[in-house]
Design a protein around this ligand. Structure first.
Ligand SMILES: Cc1cc2nc3c(=O)[nH]c(=O)nc-3n(C[C@H](O)[C@H](O)[C@H](O)COP(=O)(O)OP(=O)(O)OC[C@H]3O[C@@H](n4cnc5c(N)ncnc54)[C@H](O)[C@@H]3O)c2cc1C
Length: 567
């Protein structure tokens, strides 16, 4: 090997530094591998680069609201609820990173060190054995190559490090994890919980599990992380490191080993395949600012660019052996992309409990794990939905937030007003071949990389599932004594759920899947895909905890295999 190439050579390369890339970096570095982490976005240093974290509302431009001009120029990202003037610096702007929507798809992205881990809502649930078994039982997608028992120890492993608050509820449909103390359920939520339990034997409302340190353990304190203050300003970056992000947690752990080289502003264009060794040997990178190109080499490559971008990188990695994208022998790369159906929600009011209040701004909601089609198929749609709800006191009237002005209105704010309830769904969607992404043949981005075409939409199953949630949700609230129940179908496009999954799915058979049970490309074993792209089906749980567990499992396997000389 020449000197110049040697300088660009590592044991492992990780593409992307978000939730899954952070875990890959930590595990590979801790196993002693010299690891290059390539991140297309700018550097974001924990604490130092959270410019709005300690700002009061009146210190923010337009009190946090985005100007109309911004919304006109960036309609897609403007639809994300977490975007305001305190967080906008962490979001990708539509105008700078165009893509082609064959069907409406709101692709929400975050390009920086830490990726979307700075912006996520931190809700985490394990999958259950029923979720892994679903495709095989119900005959959709392909069977998973792993089951719950394969992942359970890795869920525990990542939970202990990430720090998850939750209650041990003993539910088969929502397995317990390694929990820090749960957040409190308020008095109205307790009433609703009691009513639902009494009226429905199959529905179990529990406090949501979330990646917040309610009682930091040694592993967290030693990493410089501290207690959650329940400020609910998390989307700005947490100076206490109280919620899990790559920036506060995994990247510092990787850094501490001395084995990580983190290279921001490095857009990976493609993975380089060597026809002779029949392995991937490295990646081609374009400097985000200067647009200069470079090549880096490694024995193993982890692709963690987030589902849709991981599909893009693989589709763009062509060679004589793989003219249609790396590992794409069966033509299924980019297909069977799925997401979560977030269209249904409702608000309600509640009379009573006027002497009840609560402390702080809790970061989690109540959740009811999926209760449809768990043990057998029983509805006119496949799979089910997770329900999330919360009750709060504020400027509520008739079940919606009221804004106002004037002395009388201000006086009214000095007393807590009535109770309001919000409920929403998170529906499983069925992966289909027609829901896909592919590369444009003629349109390129500012770095000369083909633009992505998204062709992802709802189907009848999604409509029926939504209808069921709106009926069942309203019925549950009504039975609990809620009033003014307003149900709503937002009609929002897929993508705004920000839970996109698939395109490089895992399976047992190379003819119908791209990855094996260790997240290796069937036909290029030294490339591992462990972000949402690997998901065979979507479950109804918030997915990132599963990405973390899959990544830690695959990275440990990769390091062992490398030591044995098998990669
Ligand atoms: C507002 C919001 C709320 C959310 N709430 C939740 C929640 O409560 N629970 C949950 O489970 N999930 C939630 N999510 C989703 C969660 O953030 C993602 O599932 C998770 O971040 C995915 O991890 P990842 O590593 O795949 O991608 P990311 O965290 O997005 O990281 C990918 C990284 O790869 C980089 N990259 C992309 N392309 C390239 C390239 N070509 N070269 C180099 N680098 C590249 C990106 O810049 C980025 O830094 C939420 C997301 C948002 C935005």
């Amino acid at each position: 090997m020449g000197n110049a190439r040697q300088k660009m050579t590592y044991d492992a390369i990780v593409i992307g530094s978000g939730i899954s890339g952070g875990w890959a970096a930590k595990e590979l570095c801790e196993k002693g591998l010299k690891t290059l982490v390539l991140e297309r976005g700018r550097m974001v240093k924990h604490r130092e680069d959270y410019p709005t974290a300690m700002k009061h509302p009146w210190e923010l431009e337009n009190r946090g609201r985005m100007p109309d001009k911004f919304k006109e120029e960036n309609p897609i990202v403007s639809r994300c609820y977490a975007l305001d003037s305190a967080t906008e610096h962490f979001f990708v702007k539509d105008s700078q990173h165009p893509y082609i929507q064959e069907k409406p798809f709101d692709w929400i992205r975050a390009y920086q060190v830490g990726g979307k881990s700075l912006l996520w809502a931190r809700q985490v649930q394990r999958w259950s054995k029923f979720d892994f078994a679903a495709p095989e039982r119900d005959g959709f997608a392909v069977p998973w190559a792993i089951n719950y028992d394969d992942l359970a120890p890795w869920y525990s492993y990542v939970e202990k490090f990430a720090g998850i608050s939750g209650n041990k509820d003993g539910l088969e449909t929502l397995p317990d994890g390694e929990f820090l103390p749960p957040f409190e359920i308020n008095c109205l939520e307790k009433e609703i919980q009691k009513s639902i339990k009494a009226n429905y034997k199959d529905r179990h409302p529990v406090i949501g599990r979330c990646a917040h340190l309610t009682k930091p353990q040694d592993v967290h304190l030693q990493g410089g992380r501290g207690q959650c203050m329940a400020r609910s300003l998390c989307y700005r970056g947490c100076p206490y490191g109280a919620y899990f992000s790559s920036n506060s947690s995994t990247l510092p752990a990787a850094e501490k080993t001395g084995n990580m080289t983190l290279r921001p502003d490095s857009v990976v264009e493609a993975i380089i395949y060597d026809e002779q060794t029949q392995k991937a040997v490295g990646v081609r990178v374009i400097d985000a600012n200067t647009k200069e190109t470079a090549e880096y080499f490694a024995k193993i490559i982890f692709v963690n660019a987030a589902c849709i971008n991981t599909n893009l990188v693989l589709l763009n990695s062509t060679s004589n052996r793989f003219p249609n994208g790396l590992g794409n022998d069966n033509g299924l790369l980019g297909k069977y992309v799925a997401f979560h159906n977030y269209r249904g929600s409702m608000t309600a009011s509640y009379d009573g409990l006027e002497d009840g209040y609560y402390f702080g701004r809790r970061p989690s909601q109540m959740i009811i794990p999926s209760f449809r089609n768990v043990y057998k198929q029983e509805t006119d749609f496949l799979r089910g939905y997770l329900v999330a709800f919360s009750a709060s006191r504020g400027s509520w009237q008739g079940g919606s937030w009221q804004e106002g002005f004037g002395g009388e209105w201000k006086d009214s704010l000095t007393k807590p007003s009535g109770w309001g309830v919000f409920m929403m769904m998170q529906g499983e969607t069925i992966p289909k071949e027609s829901n896909h992404v592919r590369l444009s043949k003629d349109q390129k981005d500012a770095w000369g990389i083909p633009q992505l075409i998204t062709s992802i939409g709802y189907d009848d199953n999604d409509e029926r599932l939504l209808k069921d949630f709106l009926q069942q949700g309203a019925e549950m609230l009504e039975k609990a004594g809620c009033k003014n129940i307003n149900t709503r179908d937002s009609g929002q496009a897929p993508g705004l759920d920000i839970h996109e999954m698939g395109g490089v799915r895992m399976g047992k058979d190379p003819k119908t899947s791209l990855l094996n049970k260790w997240n290796q490309l069937h036909s290029c074993k030294n490339v591992f895909v462990t972000d949402g792209a690997c998901m065979t089906s979507t479950g109804s749980q918030n997915p990132s905890l599963t990405f973390m567990a899959l990544t830690a499992r695959a990275a440990n396997y990769a390091a062992e295999e490398l030591k044995k000389g098998n990669l």
